[in-house]
Ligand binder design. Structure first.
Ligand code: AMP
Length: 705
């Protein structure tokens, strides 16, 4: 049987660890005996793959077919890396790297890996987490779980300290990203109180400033103008490598010398740590500002004041925390040196291994004895507020309406109510665009999903719909909705987020003016063609159809025609154009319908048969049966119509019953949607009556006959 591991899939380096027989987490070194492996992938001309150290070496030699830092673009559909003319996204590159890394550490340590926990930055949203899991899945290793990097570090740290509760700040400065977390760590619980991150701040930015200093120094030494240096792409690559190396040297000694040779100019530049620290002080300040913000948020979560001095310690993670100014600054703030005992390069993988072992145990794996007890339980928090796009109360703009706040304890479930207009006929729908972020303008946040809520029923005034977000341990959002006033759960279905969301930059009122006033409606007009309609009746029915069609012009209303007498027939399908409908309702044509002369047929039955044969999406739209009759139907037809009308109304089909001459208004009311949806009229009034009905349908307003 294989083992479970924790994987730190880092921006620059990655590491794999497991909990050993001794109950402690250990790094599984790669086949070169290294505890960390560069997260680099390259493709050779013959299509074969280089990865890790070899790929990094190749990249340093200027190989353009090598990729690194792809983790920063995880889950981004626009990120494509072209290696030997093949396109790879960040998930592809991560999967290739992980497959090789896992095969290598398995062989080097004589183990088989079955399942793993993979770590991600706390600020990663659902899409980036899913992309990371997908990369691991493609290696054939089962995904046990996803763990936030600072939480993993807290696990590793939790094991080194004894007993009492401590509030610690986890400061993670890597090659390309910065993450800060405040957590309470006790023997049985790691409670993450607040998290923040800047994924465009890391060792690379320090390197860039050092590059600048080296070029400044070179030009000064050679007495030349900076503008005269014509740097090539390969010069920039050389400088990046040199700056990174020089930066590391400055971490070890107060001054160092670098030999710079670019664009035909060569010289030795001496750099002092002090100068470097001064030139990069603003970068350090960016991290400390974010620390302060996080401490303030943690105080809010705790419900009591919290200051630097109240922290029991700072845990340093990430290669860039080896720069002495980081520890010095943090010591100055807290009054004590950062907590030791955690290797900044290994802590995340070690913590992930503990968590993996804990999850495997929960699944029934034999328990491991962790330092005299079991590993603490993890209580994580949300790194971003999660909301939805809503209209401002004055309908002048769209806003980001937060449902789950930032730093909410996970799993979290929160609800918010929204007022939704529902047309007089049919039901309303609501589109929920899930936003991740705190920016007021919706499109400045990540739109991480779309859900459609249907079947919203009318209430007094607008319907009150409660939207609930449930945030799971895997940082995915589940959306549900209900109508509290009616005690009804609503149907919520996931939908594709469309590419063009620019309408959310316009005002809701503006959009309303350019969008149809009502949802699509499908109307079947059923005309009585029994003998008594001959002559004047058919003329009036034709006028009625004409009146209806002219009043719905431009509205998304589709119309069909049915004739009934002793039998029934659909003479124009719903969706037929107005000209054809007018031709079909011509008195001559109606006269030739030839469906018998009496009223023994129940047209609701025919409509119901037709309706149930419609595709599902058509049935889910608003549907209407508009009946015109001039007499009393046979008793069985009436009874059946009353029963079928109940069934159709349950399906939200709107039924309107218009009578002329000898029709029974009482019966028509009994089969219509409501009393105001039925009435008895004069032949001469039919054109106007049908126009009124058409106007109400086109504007989505109540029908009052
Ligand atoms: P990580 O993403 O945690 O692997 O961190 C990689 C970053 O740490 C890179 O920017 C490295 O240049 C930086 N780094 C590693 N060692 C040192 C060091 N001794 N001094 C300064 N920066 C370092």
């Amino acid at each position: 049987m294989g083992i479970v591991v924790g994987i730190d899939l880092g921006t620059t380096f990655s590491a794999v660890a497991r909990v050993g027989e001794d109950g402690r987490p250990h790094i599984l070194p790669n086949s070169s005996g290294e505890t960390t492996t560069p997260s680099v992938v390259a493709v050779r001309e013959d299509g074969s793959i280089l990865w890790g150290d070899e790929a990094k070496e190749s990249q340093l030699m200027g190989d353009a077919n090598a990729a690194s830092f792809y983790k920063r673009s995880m889950g981004e559909s626009t990120y494509v890396e072209r290696l030997q003319n093949m396109a790879f996204d960040a998930t592809d590159l991560s999967a290739i790297f992980l497959r090789n890394l896992l095969a290598d550490v398995s062989a080097a340590n004589g183990v088989e890996i079955d399942a793993a926990v993979v770590t991600v930055p706390a600020y990663f949203g659902a899409t980036q987490r899913e992309a990371t899991q997908e990369a691991l899945r493609r290696t054939g290793v089962r995904v046990l779980g996803v763990l936030n990097e600072p939480s993993a570090a807290a696990y590793a740290y939790g094991l080194t300290g004894a007993g009492a509760d401590r509030t610690v700040l986890i400061y993670d400065l890597g090659g390309g990203t910065f993450d800060v977390t405040v957590a309470r760590i006790s023997a049985d619980e790691i409670h993450v109180l607040a998290s923040n991150g800047n994924h465009h701040l890391g060792g690379r930015d320090w390197d860039a400033i050092l590059t600048d200093m080296l070029l400044e120094g070179l030009c000064e030494g050679l007495d030349m103008d900076r503008g005269d240096l014509d740097l090539s792409l390969s010069d920039l690559g050389t400088l990046a490598v040199l700056s990174e190396r020089t930066k590391r040297e400055l971490s070890a000694r107060p001054r160092t010398r670098a030999r710079v040779s670019v664009a035909g100019a060569t010289g030795t530049v001496e750099v002092a740590r002090r100068e470097f620290e001064e030139a990069t002080a603003h970068l350090l300040t960016m991290t400390t500002d974010l620390c302060e913000e996080t401490i303030a948020e943690a105080a809010e979560s705790l419900g009591r004041p919290l200051a630097w001095a109240d922290l029991d310690g700072v845990v340093l993670i990430g290669g860039s925390t080896r720069m002495p100014q980081v520890a010095a600054y943090l010591e100055e703030q807290t009054g004590r040196p950062p907590l030791g005992g955690v290797n900044p390069d290994e802590a995340v993988a070690l913590g992930a291994a503990i968590y993996a072992s804990q999850l495997a145990e929960a699944e029934g794996d034999s328990p491991r004895f962790l330092l005299g007890g079991s590993a603490p339980r993890l209580v994580d928090c949300t790194a971003h507020p999660m909301g939805m796009i809503a209209e401002s109360p004055d309908r002048s703009r769209y806003v980001n309406s937060t449902i789950i706040p930032k730093n909410a304890t996970v799993p979290a479930s929160e609800s918010r109510e929204y007022l939704i207009p529902v047309p007089a006929w049919g039901t309303g729908r609501l589109e929920v665009y899930v936003l991740q972020g705190s920016e007021p303008r919706p499109l400045d946040n990540d739109v991480v999903g779309k859900y459609v809520v249907t079947g919203i029923e009318r209430e007094q005034g607008d319907a009150k719909v409660r939207v609930t977000y449930s945030y799971t341990e895997n940082a995915t959002i589940e959306v549900s909705a209900d109508q509290p006033a009616l005690g009804r759960e609503l149907t919520v279905e996931r939908a594709e987020v469309e590419g063009d969301l620019s309408r959310f930059d316009r005002s809701p009122l503006e959009n309303e003016a350019s969008e149809p006033a009502c949802a699509p409606m499908r109307v079947m007009i059923a005309i009585d063609t029994s003998g008594s309609m001959y002559g004047r009746g058919f003329e009036a029915a034709h006028e009625a159809v004409r009146g209806f069609l002219s009043s719905i012009e431009g509205a998304p209303v589709e119309v069909g025609l049915m004739c009934f007498s002793d039998r029934a027939e659909i003479i124009a399908e719903v969706g037929t154009g107005p000209e054809k409908l007018l031709a079909c309702s011509d008195p001559e044509v109606l006269r030739e319908a030839n469906l018998g002369g009496g009223n023994t047929n129940d047209p609701l039955r025919n409509y119901s048969d037709w309706y149930s044969g419609q595709e599902r999406y058509k049935r889910s739209m608003a549907n209407c049966l508009l009946l015109l009759t001039d007499g009393v139907w046979s008793m069985p037809a009436c009874q059946e119509a009353q029963q079928i009308s109940q069934e159709l109304r349950k399906e939200n089909v709107m039924i309107i019953g218009i009578g002329v001459a000898y029709a029974d208004p009482e019966f028509l009311r009994s089969i219509s949607t409501s009393d105001s949806y039925a009435g008895l009229f004069d032949f001469s009034q039919l054109g106007e009556t049908f126009s009124t009905i058409g106007r109400s349908i086109a504007s989505g307003s109540e029908i009052r006959l």
